[in-house]
Design a protein around this ligand. Structure first.
Ligand SMILES: Cc1cc2nc3c(=O)[nH]c(=O)nc-3n(C[C@H](O)[C@H](O)[C@H](O)COP(=O)(O)OP(=O)(O)OC[C@H]3O[C@@H](n4cnc5c(N)ncnc54)[C@H](O)[C@@H]3O)c2cc1C
Length: 313
């Protein structure tokens, strides 16, 4: 079915055939049939109520964990970032509320300023809270599930729900959180989350913690490149004895610096793929598959894509 923007009454931005590459860190990929940036939660809910049930919906945060394929994305792509979607509010001494488009770094900084300890790890993740919830993002020994108190969502029919821990009340299966993964239903859009730290802390100490995380990142990761972070999940979750790292397996397979078209395995951190300037999504995906094949051949390990790949080839 052809989707036309003037079929819908909205207050936010609704654009037909909108290029998505500028909204992802990789800067690759084709357009969305229809692209929507809702003005606020009610706007999102009203839009979904008007949208025919058979139209696929994809949610985007800040695009730091995604490859949009060259053929673009069918249906509607909804982007929750910036403005209203970036609001953060302190609820009590150790808890804050963040709308889904808040950057993880902004949440970490807000927590530090408010004296909420235990959320600084978020400063290492360049995505949004919605994306972090979907991917159970984490670093420095902590992941989103450890600080998640309550989640607000809107379902495909435009209905709002709030849940704590489980979604059983709404007829969905229990959400399983595992290493860099959740079974969070894809038809639910996260609109906000209550996050709790573990204690009150000194703002200056927390600020220093964040600065240390940032410095470490800049030293070890190609954060200024067009990338999407770790391409593959480590085969063994953190804490496993003799844990194997994806980057070590990739390095051992001789893939550091490997290229396909404009895509390259980063020389700095070989679990990162980068767009050197003119890569297409197909180059990145082909390079990823080549790396997987070489790692399988040299170590017998089948790497799992951590980066989401969506859309038409
Ligand atoms: C340099 C770099 C370093 C990184 N380091 C880390 C790291 O240390 N740890 C880590 O975990 N990740 C890391 N990442 C990956 C990435 O930042 C995280 O996965 C992040 O949580 C993704 O958030 P996003 O807003 O960019 O999501 P997107 O990339 O926009 O989307 C990711 C997934 O989340 C879904 N999604 C997004 N928003 C919502 C929403 N509101 N409701 C429902 N679903 C939604 C999307 O549909 C998609 O499936 C890194 C990335 C980069 C570029």
């Amino acid at each position: 079915m052809e989707l036309k923007a003037d079929q819908f009454t909205v207050r936010g931005k609704l654009i037909e055939n909108a290029p998505l590459a500028p909204y992802t860190w990789f800067r690759v990929g084709g357009p969305a049939d229809l692209f929507f940036i809702p003005a606020d939660e009610d706007d999102l809910s009203d839009f979904l109520k008007q949208l025919p049930e058979d139209v696929p919906v994809t949610t985007l945060g800040v695009g730091s964990n995604i490859i949009i394929r060259d053929g673009g994305v069918e249906g509607v792509v909804i982007r929750l970032a910036g403005g209203y979607w970036g609001q953060i509010e302190q609820m009590n001494a150790t808890t804050l509320f963040a709308r889904s488009g808040s950057l993880d770094l902004s949440v970490a900084r807000f927590a530090a300023k408010s004296g909420i300890a235990g959320l600084s790890f978020l400063s290492g993740i360049p995505g949004s809270i919605g994306g972090a919830m979907r991917t159970n993002a984490g670093c420095y020994g902590k992941e989103l599930k450890d600080v998640l108190n309550q989640v607000e969502v809107i379902d495909r029919k435009g209905e709002k729900h709030v849940f704590q821990g489980e979604l059983v009340d709404y007829g969905y299966p229990k959400v399983g959180f595992s290493y860099r993964h959740t079974d969070f239903p894809t038809d639910l859009i996260v609109t906000g989350a209550l996050l709790s730290g573990d204690d009150v802390g000194d703002p200056e100490t927390l600020k220093a913690e964040i600065e240390a995380h940032q410095a470490r990142r800049a030293e070890t990761q190609p954060i200024k490149d067009k990338t999407s972070g770790s391409t593959f999940a480590n085969p063994d979750p953190p804490g496993t004895p003799d844990q194997r790292s994806a980057w070590k397996l990739i390095d051992a397979a001789g893939c550091r610096g490997l290229r396909v078209g404009g895509a390259q395995v980063s020389e700095k951190h070989c679990n990162f793929l980068i767009n050197t300037g003119d890569a297409r999504a197909s180059d990145l995906e082909a390079l990823g598959e080549l790396v997987r094949a070489r790692v399988l051949e040299t170590s017998g390990v089948e790497l799992r894509w951590e980066v989401r790949r969506i859309g038409r080839y």
